[in-house]
Write a protein that binds this ligand. Structure first.
Ligand code: PLP
Length: 351
């Protein structure tokens, strides 16, 4: 995210022509009902309104087949993700993550002096859960994002169940389902309901288009949720966010509608990339890894020069860049700019 923010600041000088395909946001923003609910909630923002968070939890729980004490609301999912690391890892209990994977948990671990073990994705781009367990016999947390950021690849429910059954006693699986709504993956909230050693994280930043509004949830058995909650002291979600979350959950057709919009734009982009001979990693999310087969900085800078901000690269994959799926119109601009950039001769300094 810091990369995206820095890029965005630099684009202010360029003007309003920029296309933001760099932070896995949803170009549609909050749905209509959520916008209306937020507008009403502005006037109510002078009070804490705990009852809104309660209503949000109750609705989220009932739709997820959960008891309310298995759900805690947060201002997005970054907060509980970081708290999971501080709650369950320490100097003797490392954090195990995938590579390339979402590194936010590793940043908390680094700040705490917790060892981070990075395990390469399997050949099918799923989390290599067997190698993750083999990497540490005493980890505090095994972190799995499914779909993954940056690849958009899914780790099967069978693999999550294998991880739960074979991880060392006392360790916790943190399953990050930030992008689950875009995918055909089987959600795993019921594993939390079944009292497994798992914390499932959800966010409204992605499909629901509320990245800047800030709403998310941690789902786990109550004793785990308590440990996570205690890391942050007393926290509250903005009333605008809880009201928008409630309105979004009540829109019964929203998930299916937005899943299709994203999948169509993604498939159109993949078909075009294939037709032009460009390589990419298949994805079930709102982003994908594009293999430019050249140093990524030249591609990122070349695209920025044309007003198209794309994501960053991960050191383990030196020629791949992450691209967020935008609107069909934005992807037209992406395609034209990418083709132009790729026509430019390759830097000879790349070895
Ligand atoms: N988890 C994953 C896998 C992400 O990619 C992101 C953001 O990009 C987050 C969590 C954090 O998002 P938020 O704090 O907005 O919920």
């Amino acid at each position: 995210a810091q990369f995206a923010f820095a890029q965005r600041r630099s684009m202010k000088a360029v003007g309003p022509i920029a296309v933001f395909l760099n932070a896995n946001e949803n170009p549609l923003g909050p749905c209509e009902a959520a916008r209306a609910a937020m507008t009403t909630a502005i006037a109510e923002s002078g009070r804490y309104h705990d009852e809104y968070a309660e209503e949000f939890v109750s609705l989220f729980a009932s739709q997820g087949g959960l008891k309310t004490e298995y759900v805690d609301p947060y201002s997005g999912s970054s907060q509980p993700l970081s708290y999971c690391v501080s709650a369950f890892c320490n100097a003797e209990k490392p954090l195990v993550i995938a590579d390339p994977g979402y590194e936010a948990a590793a940043r908390t671990a680094d700040a705490m002096g917790v060892k981070v073990l990075k395990v390469p994705l399997a050949k099918d781009y799923s989390h290599d859960v067997r190698a993750m367990v083999a990497a540490s016999p005493n980890a505090g947390v095994y972190y799995v994002a499914s779909p993954n950021n940056p690849t958009g690849s899914v780790t099967s429910r069978a693999d999550v169940e294998w991880l739960l059954a074979n991880k060392p006693k006392g360790s916790i699986v943190v399953l990050d389902e930030a992008y689950i709504h875009f995918s055909d993956a089987t959600p795993c909230l019921d594993l939390a309901a079944a009292d497994k050693d798992i914390v499932v994280l959800r966010t409204f930043s992605k499909l629901y288009g509320m990245a800047g509004a800030r709403l998310g949830a941690a789902v786990a058995r109550p004793d785990l949720l308590k440990k996570v909650r205690e890391q942050g002291g007393w926290t509250m979600c903005p009333v605008t966010a809880t009201q928008a979350g409630i309105a979004s959950l009540k829109d019964a057709s929203l998930v299916a509608k937005r899943k299709t919009i994203n999948a169509d734009a993604r498939q159109e982009t993949f078909d075009w990339l294939t037709s032009k001979g460009f390589a990419y990693v298949p994805s079930q999310a709102n982003h994908f890894m594009l293999d430019a087969k050249r140093p990524t900085q030249t591609v990122i800078a070349g695209m920025a020069g044309k007003g198209i901000l794309i994501g960053r690269a991960w050191p383990i994959w030196q020629t791949h860049v992450r691209v967020t799926v935008g609107t069909p119109q934005e992807m037209v601009r992406f395609r034209s700019a990418f083709e132009d950039v790729m026509r430019q001769p390759q830097s000879s300094s790349y070895a």
